[in-house]
Design a protein around this ligand. Structure first.
Ligand SMILES: [Zn+2]
Length: 153
């Protein structure tokens, strides 16, 4: 009993210390319903092609569209922040509303390739630093191309 209490005490201390240091150790999956179908589509493809070792640790995943765009650069439409245990993707509302279905899918794929698989920008692809409109068919090929590249058989 004493050692059990000691373990709880250690756990509480670890959480307190971690939060003082700015780490949040509690896992969460915060994906809003408007982005969820695109995120899920990406995950299914990624889990099909990649092993867990090829995917970055993601205890904490947040993907959301935000109304407050004051912290975005003028040209930035989405951002991936990868942290120690996971990532936050934030997308600006005004651009999101302007995109059609394929454009939304493309933007999510772009950010998730950054976040889950550490893919860098590549000109003329869905990983271009600027958003280029692709057709649905073209975009699916692009996703396959990047998944094959970072998760070779
Ligand atoms: Zn990017």
């Amino acid at each position: 009993m004493v050692s059990f209490l000691k373990k709880i005490e250690d756990y509480v201390l670890a959480i307190l210390l971690a939060s003082l240091l700015g780490y949040h150790l509690i896992p969460y999956h915060n994906v809003t319903s408007e982005v969820q179908p695109y995120v899920q589509e990406f995950q299914v493809k990624m889990w099909d092609k990649c092993t867990p070792e090829q995917i970055r640790p993601t205890w904490q995943v947040s993907v959301m569209v935000v109304d407050d765009v004051s912290h975005f650069n003028k040209e930035t439409v989405g951002v991936c922040h990868y942290r120690l245990l996971g990532f936050d993707v934030t997308l600006r509302r005004d651009f999101w509303e302007y995109l059609d279905d394929v454009g939304k899918q493309q933007l999510i794929y772009h950010e998730l390739l950054h976040c889950y698989l550490n893919v860098e920008h590549e000109n003329g692809t869905i990983m271009d630093a600027y958003h280029i409109a692709f057709t649905k068919e073209h975009m699916e090929k692009q996703l396959d191309y990047f998944l094959d590249k970072v998760c070779p058989k």
